[in-house]
Design a protein around this ligand. Structure first.
Ligand code: HAM
Length: 425
């Protein structure tokens, strides 16, 4: 016998028992996006490799070691998107949506990173991303955070999440700061681990983000970026903090929050939880005004975030009510050959009369007993029973599957009227 083929490590199936929670999540996302005027954009999953190299940054973990890159048949280097910001901006530049315009956009779908899989960290994972273009002030930074907060409260997880903020200043401010930071870290070179020594040359700000406890005192004493922010960056950050305070949104300023992608400047933020172990960041983003020019557009303001759907669904926990609400209302048992066609017609008529009805019609035959077992296993609230006698009389048997009670016999013509209030349709 040949061996079963299995899914790729870190890439998971979402089985039908779990899809109702995903759909519930997606319904809430749709509603909240519409409530703030964000419009959906759908983007390809594959882009030219160069797009990610130029935007995320050559010396980031994602570009250095995590991308799924392959040669197309004509030799072009292509990459499965590791994130959505670059592709979204590419699309808007390509279609002339960027210049002197304001857009509020969102997208969703799978992203791919060749990371070491563990709970909450996958090689194919799913994000909802939001990008807002053309608005340079802190009002839009605050709006994105309001939107997140509304999402968390609709998903029932608001108390589990904490907002962390930082400002990375402008590119010029970061370059000056970088010199100070590198000079300081060189003085403490002996205390740095291998990873940080390598980053000292390539991406020293990322050292601040190190999880190695041996580095914590060096990092704590390091010069702070906030002392190198210019007037404008400072005002922008203060404007955001003020808007959050007035809206009653608690936050912590985390000077070590630097993000793993190079395109950010000024505001960066993350929503974190301590309920998911090491992978506690469920949503992250920030401002990336500089990227528009870097990808060939004229200077424009841009800010966005992306949330990790797997992590959020994990945080939502067991959603018994959501799963229950997705179960069929009724299962039509049809016993004997002469119930087949009338049963199919009855099912079609019911679906037309009651568009919200979730009705499974038995297929594949079977004795009354085996069909009844299938009805029970389907999770349906009711079994509808159509046999030889019912076909002859134009009647239908109705039996509750989840509670006690005798089977009733009704006329088929009154079935829809009977089911509507019973099933709250
Ligand atoms: P990111 O921080 O790389 O940002 O990812 C955003 C979120 O995606 C993370 O906070 C996490 O919840 C989820 N995530 C990332 N990697 C994985 C993984 N391997 N497995 C499971 N979940 C994961 C971005 O992707 C930026 N594009 C966000 C952004 C949009 N910035 C501006 N606009």
């Amino acid at each position: 016998m040949s061996e079963n083929i299995q899914a790729i490590r870190g890439m998971h199936d979402i089985l039908p028992d779990h899809t109702p929670v995903w759909q519930h999540f997606e319904t809430i996302v749709l509603r909240v996006m519409a409530a703030y005027g964000y419009r959906e954009i759908r983007l390809p999953i594959v882009e030219k490799t160069e797009l990610f190299q130029r935007s995320i940054g050559e010396v980031t973990d994602i570009v250095e070691k995590e991308m799924y890159t392959f040669a197309d048949r004509n030799g072009d280097s292509l990459t499965l998107r590791p994130e959505g910001t670059a592709g979204c901006l590419r699309a808007c530049l390509e279609h002339g949506l960027m210049h002197n315009q304001i857009h509020r956009l969102w997208y969703g779908g799978p992203m791919f990173r060749h990371e070491r899989p563990q709970k909450g960290r996958y090689r194919q994972f799913h994000q909802i991303g939001v990008e807002a273009y053309g608005m340079p002030g802190p009002d839009i930074d605050a709006e994105l955070i309001f939107l997140c907060r509304r999402l968390w409260s609709e998903l029932g997880i608001a108390p589990k999440l904490e907002l962390q903020l930082n400002s990375l200043g402008t590119l010029e401010e970061r370059l000056v700061y970088r010199q100070h930071l590198v000079a300081y870290l060189r003085q403490h070179f002996a205390q740095l681990d291998e990873d940080s020594r390598r980053r000292l040359e390539t991406n020293p700000l990322r050292i601040l983000d190190s999880k190695n406890p041996a580095l914590s005192s060096v990092i704590e004493e390091a010069p702070a970026l906030r002392d190198h922010l210019g007037e404008e960056s400072r005002r922008h950050f203060d404007g955001l903090k003020d808007a959050l305070e007035r809206a009653g949104i608690a936050y912590t300023v985390n000077p070590r929050l630097v993000r793993g992608l190079d395109y950010y400047g000024k505001t960066v933020f993350e929503w974190v939880t301590d309920e998911l172990g090491a992978q506690g960041t469920v949503c992250a983003g920030g401002r990336y005004d500089g990227l528009v020019e870097q990808l060939g557009g004229r200077g424009s303001a841009a800010i966005g975030f992306a949330l990790g759907i797997e992590r959020l669904i994990d945080l939502m926990g067991e959603q018994a009510a959501v799963r229950e609400a997705a179960q069929p209302h009724a299962y039509l048992i049809r016993v004997g050959d002469d119930a087949e066609i009338p049963g199919a017609q009855l099912a079609e008529n019911l679906r037309s009369e009651l568009p919200e009805l979730r009705l499974i019609a038995n297929c594949g035959g079977g004795s009354f007993k085996s069909q009844f077992k299938r009805a029970d296993r389907s999770g349906a609230a009711l079994a509808l029973i159509l046999g030889h006698d019912e076909v002859r009389d134009g009647s239908i048997g109705v039996k509750a599957l989840r509670q006690e009670g005798e089977q009733r016999t009704l006329s088929q013509s009154e079935l829809a009227t009977y089911l509507k209030p019973l099933l709250k349709l």
